[in-house]
Design a protein around this ligand. Sequence first.
Ligand code: HEC
Length: 367
Amino acid sequence: MRLSLAILLLFAFSVSSSAASRVRAGLQAFYDFQNADGQMVKDRSGFGEPLDLRIADAKAVRRKKGSLTIFGDTVIHSDRSAKKISKAVKQSGAITIEAWITPANRSQDGPARMVTLSRNSNERNFTLGQDGSRYQVRFRTRQTSNNGIPETASDSRVVQKKLQHVVYTRERSGRTKIYIDSKQVKQRYVGAPNSNWNESYRLALGNELSGGRPWRGTYRLVAIYSRALSPKEISQNFRAGAGAGIGRTIAEKPKKAPGEILFENKIAAILSQHCLECHDTATSKGDVDLSRKTAAIDGDLIAPGNSRKSLVWETVASDDMPEKRPALSAEEKELLKKWIDAGAHWTTEVIDPSIYEHKSEAIQVFV
Ligand code: HEC
């Protein structure tokens, strides 16, 4: 009796300590395959609306608590668009795609789709795949094709028929790396912004959304972040292991302040559409740069928590600004005031107006 209690405690301790040690800042989607029944693989990131994945053909997979093996032709896909991922990565320009997997062989190619955010075999935001004995990532930017080509690939002979921790990171600067079992095996630049990402694409494991690019093997964990994890963080996740759940981290996850949500959903767009034309870093009319957090806040243009002391609010309320352009609507003014009074939170250092200016741009790319 006492012994089994001790074992139980030891087990509980090891589970919770490994769960606590995974990096969670910036996590967008997280699959640990802990639910082994039903048709869905659950997104346990605790971020936004869960992006659960549907197993198209249950007979093509074998599930256990903590793993899913694909041995037949199928695809495991979200029913909805993976908008929460696309939107966040468009905004940050950065990503981490992490997978604990065991490939069934070292010959499947296409590349065989392991994790993909795409529409079909030639339109994608990103794909992590296996091309024979290499891992390969296609990440679309304004300098690649709609298919994310040229791709970033590891050297050949990297793929092993054993459990591997495969991580791809891309920084906003374009610096891109692949790590296997926490060792960097590739570095290159994938330049230009990814503001042309299409927010309607769905997320899938094990095949292209349109079929024809099957991957066979076992998944233990898949995680997607909207920032590039550092080598230290990657080694932290590697050490936490393939079975490290997200556990308590959902409860611990800091909630976004209302001001941060306002900034992302409204304020960045209002500033982009009405002000940045004359007030970004290049064109700072009257020495006013409203595209950067440090310039706007340090410059006393915006006094966090106090709209009455903010020059930005003063000029907007009096319709002095935007100069020579229609005034802001009553609703836009109200939002701006509310945001400043709530603390003027920024969630990015720089506002990239290309994200907010052309709402229909993603569609135009495919015409
Ligand atoms: C078409 C160009 C243009 C647009 C658009 C524009 N501004 Fe200006 N802004 C100017 C110019 C020119 C000045 C400097 C001359 C002046 O002070 O009148 C200026 C100055 C300012 C100043 C400094 C005023 C002072 O007293 O020092 C603030 C604050 C400001 N703008 C805020 C805004 C905000 C907020 C928006 C968007 C809602 C905006 N501007 C849109 C052209 C523009």
